[in-house]
Design a protein around this ligand. Sequence first.
Ligand code: CDP
Ligand code: MG
Length: 139
Amino acid sequence: MGDVVEDRTLILIKPDAVRKGLTGRIISRFEDRGFKIIAVRMLTMSSDLADSHYIEHIDKGFYPEMKKFIMSGPLVAMVIDGENAVRIVRAMVGATDSVEAAPGTIRGDFSLSKRENAVHASDCSKSAEREIELFFPEI
Ligand code: CDP
Ligand code: MG
C-alpha cells in the first residue's frame, strides 16, 4: 500500500454510472489493477459541495448543466491508495470527452457523453489532497 499523499487519489462514481448499476464493476477495475480502496461513501452532492469540488470550473459556460447533473442522484466517493495512484488512475479513466476516450478506459467502455462521463479522478496530487479533505475530512 502506498503511504505518502502522492499515492492517494479521489474517485467519484458519478450519478450516471450509479444509475446504470456500474458501481461494482468500476470498483473492481481499481481492485483488479492492485489498488486498495481505503474509504468509500455514497452521497448526493449538495450545492456547496459541488461548487467546492469543481471550484476551477464554476465560471465556465458548461458549469450550470454539469452541476445539475452531478447533483442529480447519489454518487459513490472513494479514496484509492497505491503507488502512483493519481497518474495510473487518470490513465484508467480516459479522456474527458467519451468520444475521445479509448476503448479499455472506464469512460471509453461505460459512457458516451462529455458531461455524463461515469467517473471523476483527481488530476494531480495537490487536487487529490484537497478533494480527499472535502469528502473524507476524517482521514
Ligand atoms: O473530469 P476531467 O478532469 O477529465 O475534466 P474537466 O475538464 O476537469 O471537467 C470536469 C467535468 O465537467 C467533466 O468530467 C464533465 O463531467 C464536465 N464537463 C462538461 O459537462 N462539459 C464540458 N464541456 C467539459 C466538462
Ligand atoms: Mg478535471
